[in-house]
Write a protein that binds this ligand. Structure first.
Ligand SMILES: [Zn+2]
Length: 385
């Protein structure tokens, strides 16, 4: 599952200190001024020790910049390239860490501190690997406070792909092959707000929203969001209580066939008076799970049996609540732009009719705007928050 929210509050294995904390400690030795020569050695030894141990560490969000700065300021670009990049690669499924490392690398490219071509090629390689691994990315406990940083580093990441002209990686990202692995909470905390803010980034880079890749991206994520967080309206089911008949007559057998089927609500039994009265008495003896009346306009007259619906009202109510929440999220988009990216699906998505559509659910939409958006692979969450 794609998690970009793993932060440093999560429990660590053993007594490991986070690299971010170690780096903070090293920086604090020097204080605000140039450290005297004795301290310089101490700092350098501490930095060496911390760097020697990075192969055994697990990293989280805040370790990204710490690792970059520690290696770059104490050892230089060459060391960072040969000794640190392979470590980042081996932690590629820690998406939050990798994206924040890439952000620091990108900032240092903007400041022209690092050799531009080499840095760009390193960035490209890590970006490609990170996207390819989104669907197997490490799941980690996510705290609500971290979604802001997840959101900002993801937005930065997309922006950087534009800025560095990494079209191939941008397209791989926008293909959203990993969309089925997004968990329910991540849609609300990360992806939906991200899609809202992304309009601004796309506009800033002078790209047309109507490009098919944006349509695929927005349609895939929003469709998956609705299927995962709202789901299909719970189907009405009906009582399956049958009647008893000591002689097991064929009329009661037919009645019971209807009564035992949870999908049927109304059953019609055209019968002569005595046989209707027999069914009457059997139904009434069984309780009040259905009502019956006689339609006299037919020959023979028809006994119409109607079942009461059975306890799915709570399910429907909770579905309605989820639907209202999703409507609020969709309303928060710039509607003019949302109309462009959702194209043919706009009405079906805004009305949630898409959730009722068998065609979409089985991936066979007639949408002419783009390739079919994929439904989520994950089952509809039983009780989304
Ligand atoms: Zn009978």
């Amino acid at each position: 599952m794609l998690r970009v929210e793993n932060h440093m509050d999560e429990p660590r294995e053993g007594n490991q200190h986070s690299l971010a904390r170690e780096y903070e400690a090293i920086v604090s030795i020097g204080g605000d001024y140039e450290p005297p020569p004795g301290l310089e050695n101490l700092i350098s030894r501490a930095a060496d020790t911390a760097l020697d141990a990075i192969g055994d560490k697990t990293f989280s969000y805040e370790d990204g910049p710490a690792l970059f700065d520690l290696a770059y300021y104490h050892k230089g670009w060459k060391y960072l390239k040969t000794s640190v990049l392979p470590v980042v690669e081996s932690n590629i499924i820690s998406t939050a860490f990798v994206l924040n490392f890439l952000k620091t690398l990108h900032q240092s490219m903007r400041r022209r501190q690092v050799p531009q071509e080499e840095a760009k090629s390193a960035y490209k390689k890590l970006a490609q690997l990170a996207i390819q691994n989104f669907d197997s990315a490490a799941s980690a406990p996510s705290a609500p406070t971290t979604s802001v940083s997840a959101h900002s580093s993801m937005l930065w990441f997309i922006s950087s792909l534009f800025e560095l002209g990494l079209e191939e990686q941008l397209n791989l990202f926008l293909d959203a092959q990993w969309v089925g692995h997004i968990g329910g909470d991540e849609f609300k905390s990360l992806w939906i707000p991200l899609l809202q803010d992304l309009f601004h980034v796309i506009g800033k880079h002078g790209v047309l929203l109507s490009e098919p890749r944006w349509l695929v991206f927005y349609q895939s994520i929003i469709t998956a969001y609705l299927f995962t967080c709202v789901g299909e309206r719970p189907k009405e089911t009906y009582s399956t209580k049958t009647v008893e008949c000591l002689i097991r007559c064929k009329d009661c057998t037919a009645l019971n066939e209807f009564l035992a089927d949870p999908t049927r609500q109304v059953g019609c039994f055209p019968l002569a008076k005595a046989r209707r009265q027999h069914l009457h008495s059997r139904i009434e003896a069984a309780g009040d799970h259905c009502t019956h009346e006689t339609v006299r306009s037919t020959r023979p007259e028809t006994l119409v049996v109607t079942k009461r619906s059975s306890g799915c009202e709570a399910d429907v109510k909770s579905w309605e609540e989820r639907r209202v929440q999703a409507e609020k999220q969709l309303d928060a988009f710039d509607q003019q732009k949302l109309r462009v990216v959702l194209a043919d699906l706009y009405q079906d998505i805004m009305s949630m009719a898409i959730l009722e559509s068998e065609g979409i659910a089985s991936g066979q939409t007639n949408s002419s705007s783009t390739r079919n958006p994929r439904p989520p692979l994950a089952p509809v969450s039983g009780n989304p928050a």
